[in-house]
Design a protein around this ligand. Structure first.
Ligand code: FAD
Length: 475
């Protein structure tokens, strides 16, 4: 019989419970192993930054398998078609193993797959997903889920951490050799897709993830608590794309940071570990409150009247709002598919408060662009910034884009990197370039309204409007 590993968002060999369990079962039954990836038709019509990175990660993993004498079989078409093909080609399949995921999309896809798998007398087994703790693991004493991060994180910190399944492609290979399944499947569609993924990503896949983790732990982690809020410093881990694709195990990342926790260096690791707990927290929220995918966590805010304005929305998307820190963040997103956390908070707050636009619109835009796009964290982050989620900023505390810029990019170095029109602008005006007089604009080679836009809205006015919008629904 064949034991199938269905890779979805876990393109690694190290600490991969799915691979581990499949091999264990195959060995017990003296069966064969087969690796598959299903190219879901929902993701193939448009190649954006997010899935370009994702597909190239899959291709890197397929290469890693090949280099180690193994094969990642790529199935395409609907779930029904892909799995039927698997059974037609592979013959007697005993079990399909895959890591659990918690979106409504994943749930319905897995249900569809399960029907076909069971019809063919095989079973589908879910293994733990790529989290330090699974969403079902951390619950209150009364058995109910947490709704607030701090008590959740306290329990998360106390809970014993799961053991790691240390393993490399080479370890797996010796076992795969013996268990190898022989089938080939059609991969024409994959070749077409991968041809359309043209971005020259410098860092993807398991090896790059491990290198990044090592570099981060040595160079950045000790002062992470101080550097993490300054976008122009490489002060965060940038591990999120590896966690999202599963090129790195979240438990491995936890262990690496935890091992540096001792004595004087503990503040950095502690601050970092708290962020990893946020990732699990938002996944736990999505698991227990699946309605947050489309609805506000705080029910009282479900009827807010958001503004519709295509023009303003376009300005936000392109980074032409006239607020330098917002524009720099959006341009970073559009160029590299990643944005610093501080800027995600600022740009999300700007769209939902200064423009009073629906957080779902921003969430969808980030989804297309972010190479670390994670439904739970993205929804959580957007609902947080727009004051409608768990632990959210209260609606009356509206970020001032000028003050945020001055605080987190005091010299304007980050702004100048992504908004080159402002590269000669004096520090004094970098957060409010429209305040330059004509002479100063000439000197800075930046004519407001021509080279760089004037502020698209009046922050003070919009702040009042946003507060009114929330207040109306509260009353
Ligand atoms: P580090 O600061 O090095 O943190 C380490 C890891 O902890 C991250 O890789 C991430 O896995 C986790 N983490 C850190 N901060 C958060 C957080 N606030 N919430 C959840 N997990 C966190 N993160 C995503 O991974 N995918 C998203 O789609 C996403 N969308 C976001 C949207 C908004 C509006 C906001 C405000 C935040 C969003 N985040 C998202 C959280 C956070 O911005 C990113 O995880 C972080 O910027 C990734 O960079 P890093 O790996 O250098 O982070």
């Amino acid at each position: 019989p064949k034991f199938v590993v269905w890779f979805r968002n876990d393109f690694r060999f190290d600490d991969n419970p799915t691979v581990y369990q499949a091999f264990r079962e195959a060995e017990k039954a003296d069966g064969e192993i087969m690796f598959i990836f299903h190219l879901h038709p929902d993701f193939t019509s448009q190649i954006n930054l997010s899935n370009d990175y994702f597909f190239q990660t899959v291709e890197t993993f397929a290469g890693q398998c090949k280099d180690n004498g193994m094969k990642l079989h790529i199935l395409s078409g609907s779930v029904q078609k892909a799995f039927q093909l698997l059974f037609d080609k592979a013959g007697s399949v005993h079990t399909v193993f895959c890591a659990e995921e918690y979106t409504s999309f994943a749930a319905s896809r897995d249900e569809e797959a399960r029907r076909i798998i069971e019809k063919n007398d095989a079973s589908l087994v879910h293994t733990p997903g790529n989290y330090v703790h699974q969403p079902q693991e951390i619950i209150k004493n009364d058995g109910r889920p947490y709704k607030v991060y701090t008590p959740y994180s306290r329990r998360w910190m106390q809970k014993e951490k799961p053991d790691l399944y240390s393993s490399s492609a080479a370890d797996i290979q010796t076992r795969y050799e013996r268990l190898k399944a022989l089938d080939e499947t059609s991969e024409r569609e994959w070749t077409e897709i991968i041809k359309r993924c043209t971005r020259p990503w410098k860092r993807l896949g398991e090896e790059a993830g491990r290198n990044r983790l090592e570099h981060f732990c040595q160079k950045v982690l000790p002062h992470y608590h101080k550097s993490r809020d300054l976008p122009e410093k490489a002060g965060t881990s940038r591990l999120s794309p590896f966690l999202r694709t599963g090129a790195l195990s979240a438990r491995r990342v936890y262990e690496a940071a935890d091992s540096k926790r001792e004595n004087h260096t503990s503040q950095g690791p502690e601050a970092f570990i708290k962020e990893l707990a946020w990732r699990d927290f938002y996944t736990m929220i999505l698991y227990h409150f699946p309605e947050v995918e489309t609805k506000e966590f705080q029910e009282k805010y479900r009827g807010l009247t958001w503004r519709e304005d295509k023009d303003l929305l376009q300005k936000w998307k392109e980074g032409r709002t006239g607020f330098p820190i917002v524009d720099a963040g959006m341009r970073q997103l559009n160029e590299v598919g990643w944005m610093h956390n501080r800027l995600r908070m600022i740009t999300a707050s700007f769209l939902t408060k200064d423009y009073q636009m629906d957080w779902r619109i921003g969430e969808a835009y980030f989804r297309e662009k972010l190479i670390d796009h994670d439904p739970a964290s993205n929804i959580g982050g957007w609902q947080w910034a727009s004051s409608v989620g768990t632990d959210a900023v209260p609606y009356f505390r509206v970020f001032s884009p000028v003050r945020q810029g001055a605080r987190f990019d005091p010299e304007g170095a980050f702004i100048k990197k992504y908004v080159p029109e402002l590269k000669n602008t004096d520090k004094k005006y970098i957060h409010e370039p429209h305040k330059m007089n004509d002479q100063e604009q000439k000197k800075a080679e930046c004519i407001i309204g021509k080279d760089y836009p004037a502020p698209s809205v009046d922050h003070k006015e919009e702040r009042k409007r946003a507060i009114r919008m929330f207040k109306e629904i509260e009353d």
